[in-house]
Design a binder for this molecule. Structure first.
Ligand SMILES: *Cc1c(COP(=O)(O)O)cnc(C)c1O
Length: 369
């Protein structure tokens, strides 16, 4: 049987939750599980995250409904909201919190029937210019929502464009706009306004962005949201380890090339290991020769192009035989390093894993015992 699989370390996940909570101890934790829990497998991790976090966050309603179907009962926020009255009805039926980010979504609520008791997050465009109402429109929308019979509670939400850059002027500016709006609304209402601002980067870099709710994604899974700070330096541990095995070892004489396009040429007689993973599994095809790979726990380098089902690795001084274990990223090799070599971010590596990769949960008991 072809052995290419990933393990999910639940102890690491618990650990990361604790590290994140220490960063913003006053904030409640809305764990982002969109895109199948960042490719990790929501079905496997959602029960644990539901227990560890105060709420879960998805992008679309379908993702939230799948969690409900799976038996997740904790609060779930749908951060891109709903787009039709049918979806609004479903959200109510399944007790989903909804973001409202556009005039169209606001109109859905203005016309909603009485009794649809939905918790709403008004999304403010504080400067990222992706989703959200500008502060002036948000001010009006806040009142519309107050009058909608469909709304149970209101919160104010925004998202940062550059929270991963230290000393970012844009983040300070976004924060200023958001806080000004929040204060105006609170003064008008005579009560504080619940807020949510911080993604993983802001949780570690912008204490002023702490609010009632933080929304970490990548940090939960143990990768760094920063280009120049390692996950380890943030105290995070990788949840996912992507694994495979060596299926062949051979010596390539100096001067001969390896793989499609003959792009890598052996400078000297070279021991090459063939590993049973490729872009058909989601290993990035753009990973260049030199990308790190762990064989028998030791660092080796990718040599030649990534194929659909295989990669070829320069063993250097490492000895290996068919059947030996390989780690593509995770335990012992940060996904951030592989991502950086491949010109992308760990988020994308995780999300691109295909169903061909089997997912296995490492329960805490197994790990500790
Ligand atoms: C994905 C997402 C997050 C989490 O971002 P990370 O960088 O993974 O922490 C938070 N908020 C919103 C609105 C998102 O879409």
């Amino acid at each position: 049987m072809r052995e290419t699989w990933l393990t999910l370390d639940t102890a690491a996940l618990r650990h990361n939750v604790a590290v994140i909570r220490r960063q913003m101890p006053q904030a409640r934790l809305l764990a982002m599980v969109k895109a199948d829990a960042y490719g990790h497998g929501a079905a496997m991790l959602a029960p644990l995250l539901a227990e560890q976090a105060d709420a879960l966050g998805t992008a679309f309603i379908d993702e939230a409904l799948a969690l409900r179907e799976q038996g997740v009962r904790s609060p779930i926020a749908v951060l891109e909201g709903v787009f039709t009255t049918q979806e609004l009805a479903l959200a109510r039926q399944h007790d989903l919190q909804l973001a409202v980010h556009s005039p169209e979504q606001l109109a859905l609520f203005a016309q909603a029937p009485a009794g649809a008791q939905i918790a709403v997050w008004l999304k403010v465009n504080s400067g990222m210019n992706r989703l959200g109402l500008r502060p002036v429109e948000a001010l009006k929308a806040w009142r519309v929502l107050a009058q909608s019979p469909a709304v149970k509670t209101r919160g104010l939400l925004t998202h940062f464009a550059t929270a991963d850059e230290l000393d970012s002027r844009q983040t300070v500016q976004q924060l200023g706009r958001f806080r000004a709006l929040q204060q105006a609304l609170a003064e008008a209402d005579g009560v504080p306004v619940s807020d949510s601002l911080a993604n993983s980067a802001a949780i570690f870099a912008h204490a002023a962005a702490a609010g009632a709710w933080m929304r970490p994604g990548i940090a939960l899974y143990g990768s760094s949201p920063f280009a120049h700070r390692s996950a380890e330096s943030l105290g995070l541990r990788p949840v996912m380890t992507l694994r495979s095995r060596v299926i062949a070892v051979h010596t390539v004489p100096a001067g001969e090339a390896v793989g499609y396009g003959a792009s890598w040429v052996a400078a000297r007689d070279t021991r090459i290991a063939v590993v049973a993973i490729g872009y058909g599994d989601g290993y990035p095809r753009h990973a260049p020769s030199g990308t790190p790979v762990l064989i028998n726990g030791q660092r080796c380098q990718l040599a030649g192009r990534v194929s659909m089902d295989m990669i070829t690795v320069d063993l250097g001084q490492v000895t290996a035989r068919p059947g030996d274990p390989v780690v593509l990223w995770g335990d012992g090799l940060p996904a951030d390093e592989v991502a950086s070599a491949a010109g992308t971010i760990s988020y994308e590596l995780f999300c691109r894993l295909t169903p061909r990769v089997q997912r296995h949960l490492l329960a805490d008991e197994i790990l500790n015992g």
